[in-house]
Design a protein around this ligand. Sequence first.
Ligand SMILES: Cc1ncc(COP(=O)(O)O)c(C=O)c1O
Length: 415
Amino acid sequence: MESRKSFLKKSLALSAFAPLLFQSGKGNSTVNFAEKDNDKFWQQIREQFTLSPEIINLNNGAVSPQPLAVQQAHIENYQYSNLAPSYFMWQKLDEQREPLRNKVADFCGVSTEEIAFNRNTTEGLSTIIFGLNLKAGDEVVVSKHDYPFALNAWQQRALRNGIKLNWVALNLPEENENSIIEKYVSAITPQTKIIHLTHVLNWTGQIIPVRKIADAAKQKGCEVLVDGAHSFAHINFKISDLNCDYFAASFHKWLCAPFGTGFMFVKKEKIENLFPLLSSYESLKDNIRKFETLGTRSFPAEMAVSAALDFHQAIGNERKENRLRELKNYWVEAAKNIQGLKLLTSLKNELSCGMATFEIQNKKAEDIVAFLLNESKIHTSAVLWEGLNAVRIAPSIYTNFSELDLLVDTLKRLK
Ligand SMILES: Cc1ncc(COP(=O)(O)O)c(C=O)c1O
């Protein structure tokens, strides 16, 4: 019988990639994770990514590429599963599920019994939003700047169940933490059952002070749901720091794990009262695993999350967060005097991270995005939402300063 070890030995020999963990995309260099020289260190990290010579990707907020070690783990899992999927994928590879659950729970500072794997944040948020036992007249606090598909789900519940949405109006960039807290807390009424918080806004990278809002919401008897799509593995925190009841995130964003991998956290005592989106066994009613009866999906991708977590932890979340913020501050500083350019992201560390968004007076965001691509092959994204006509810049850990110099030089040439 093919053991996973012997299979891996063979497949590594056949693989397009060399077998060393964290091997370079460009040669044989490996990462010295103890490297103190920042330039050398981040160059080594860059070499772990298989970057396109055709574009400079500054849209890493959408979905991240994976470093070689993660691609390698994914490919190995895939080939292994293909030996006989119902045996090697559903039985043998799946033996890694509980160890992975332990590892993710440990990283998040919560119990193993509170982590469920799924495909992405959208799925996690939908499971929670549709699974809550809410009735007509119950209220939910949301903001116009929450993720559209989460808002759509809440709106569907309003239509179907007669719940009421209380909208918080953010004015981006929000520069004052207390004012954000005040906006959320004042939207809570005696009927409010849950407050929906997007930890880092995808539109501008604004950080919402989740813990402080959650503490106040809890005092008023509300539950707290956190959309962590952009905060997870980007800013340095543990779910246990947030005082929330529910949390959803994707692994394929800032963790750089395979596409279509995500998870959610449900506080142990809340599991029983939350319906799974796809029905499960009655015997699992108070078990976090009831959220994983999702039908056939890619276990090779899911199980390669472990390699992404290893890579992330070898860098260190704090070092990664600092680097991403350093890259943001670098281009923002160089671009701030461009005529008509207005930043829509706070520069305060507690209110922003690695992503930032700008608008340029009298310029359409789509035209700026097209200009950057046509002139310098720089790929960015337009932010067109709630009156914003802006461009988001989302570097990654593989981004270097010369790419950001090119960004700013190109913006200076915009007529
Ligand atoms: C704030 C926020 N929440 C949720 C999502 C959904 O993520 P996914 O497409 O991985 O489900 C996104 C995607 O960009 C997002 O920005």
